[in-house]
Design a protein around this ligand. Structure first.
Ligand SMILES: Cc1cc2nc3c(=O)[nH]c(=O)nc-3n(C[C@H](O)[C@H](O)[C@H](O)COP(=O)(O)O)c2cc1C
Length: 388
């Protein structure tokens, strides 16, 4: 850095500005892969808009001169109620992108959840020593593959297993279709030419691109064909899975087990009945079923159905510290960020993700201070204006 603050750090003063910075540095097809949602992107927009529909009722005399925003989740202390969501292909944005994000999360005192679709292997990520570390997976047609991933995650010291339930079939992401960011890639000549204009990304990534793979799916000695690997990977999750599979997974995974993609309160209750430790109220950041409810709108009923018997987490549209406070007031124990982490990664690697997490820490602290909230347990429905 030569003692000078990088330009993106000065310009990226909030999460929306970091998105703009990411757009500046990434090839359009990659920016859109991160930024886009399914179909008409109704759910994507709803996720963010839902936070504006909820109002805080500050109580400035709450004695919040000093704020403690730490929480304990599954026996692990997090410095704030915000962690990094599983996001595939981080290694396409920055060399060893997964390791960069995990290190930034660990340095910020929070957790990182590795995607099944990471470029690196789950073992390589574990070698960074970054903790707390969670692993995301699916219920595969070949249950032995699910068992294998769970076993590898356990051996590599992952404390929680997150089973994503909303992506057994991949959603219709039309920006990717338009840009040719498909499997196999069908990039137009114009798109390839545009990539060349994103020189810093190209220079940084040129020796990495030939190595991009889905690390967790590559078998020793298997041919390097990324297209075949990706096609196989997308065909693996089992759309015919049921609660019996969750019950089975519960039996073989000794750590914390979470479901990701719960929106219906009945599924929240069913998840508890099947022995999960937690769930993510999530619509995959609007990337799967377009028209699905905003995660924040679905949260209160799920939290009510769970009634404290399991942890309830939320992701989708978190762009401000005050959004985290609102989600906690509506029943979440912790929030996760997907895209904001990727925007940070794209502009500054580990430093970029650290910057994004610092923006959130500052904003959560400010919102707590202005609301008169000294600690996380002070947050309840009481701090919201009820609209009847
Ligand atoms: C580029 C990208 C890749 C993602 N990959 C995965 C994945 O591999 N597994 C998964 O469960 N969720 C994945 N997600 C969804 C995120 O975990 C999370 O639910 C979502 O990004 C939250 O919304 P936000 O981006 O508004 O924060 C991905 C999201 C993005 C943007």
């Amino acid at each position: 850095m030569n003692g000078r603050t990088p330009g993106w750090q000065r310009r990226g003063f909030n999460i929306a500005a970091m998105r703009t910075e990411a757009q500046r540095v990434l090839p359009r097809a990659i920016f859109d892969f991160v930024d886009g949602g399914a179909g008409d992107e109704v759910t994507l927009r709803r996720n963010e808009a839902a936070f504006d529909e909820v109002s805080l009722l500050p109580r400035p005399l709450g004695g919040a001169a000093k704020r403690d925003m730490s929480i304990t989740l599954f026996g692990q202390k997090l410095s704030m109620p915000l962690m990094v969501a599983p996001t595939g292909l981080a290694g396409l944005l920055w060399p060893q992108g997964e390791a960069a994000s995990a290190r930034a999360a660990a340095a910020a005192g929070t957790a990182y959840c590795l995607s099944h679709g990471s470029v690196c292997t789950l073992e390589a990520l574990a070698e960074t020593g970054a903790t707390p570390r969670w692993m995301q997976t699916y219920i595969y047609k070949d249950r032995e593959l699910t068992r294998e991933i769970a076993g590898r995650a356990e051996a590599a010291g992952y404390k929680a297993l997150v089973v994503t339930i909303d992506t057994q079939i991949v959603g219709n992401r039309e920006r990717d279709t338009r840009n040719g960011f498909t499997i196999p890639p069908r990039l137009s000549v114009g798109e390839v030419a545009r990539m060349a204009f994103k020189l810093p990304w190209l220079m940084r990534m040129r020796s990495e691109i030939p190595k991009i793979t889905f690390g967790n799916y590559k078998r020793p000695g298997e041919a390097e064909d990324l297209t075949a690997l990706a096609e196989r990977m997308l065909s693996l999750p089992d759309p015919a899975f049921t609660w019996r599979d969750i019950e089975w997974l519960r039996g073989i995974w000794p750590g914390a087990l979470l479901l990701k993609g719960v929106l219906h309160p009945a599924d929240g209750a069913e998840a508890v009945a099947n022995g999960v430790d937690g769930m993510l109220v999530s619509n995959h950041g609007g990337r799967q079923l377009d028209g699905a409810a905003a995660a924040l709108d679905a949260l209160p009923a799920v939290a009510e159905a769970v009634d404290g018997r399991a942890a309830v987490l939320l992701d989708g549209g978190i762009r401000r510290g005050s959004h985290v406070i609102k989600a906690l007031a509506l029943g979440a124990d912790c929030c996760l960020i997907g895209r904001p982490q990727f925007w940070g990664l794209a502009v500054g690697g580990e430093a970029g993700v650290a910057h994004v997490l610092e923006i959130f820490r500052r904003e959560i602290d400010l919102a707590m201070g202005l609301s008169g909230l000294a600690k996380i347990s002070d947050i309840s429905r009481d701090i919201l204006l009820r609209k009847n």
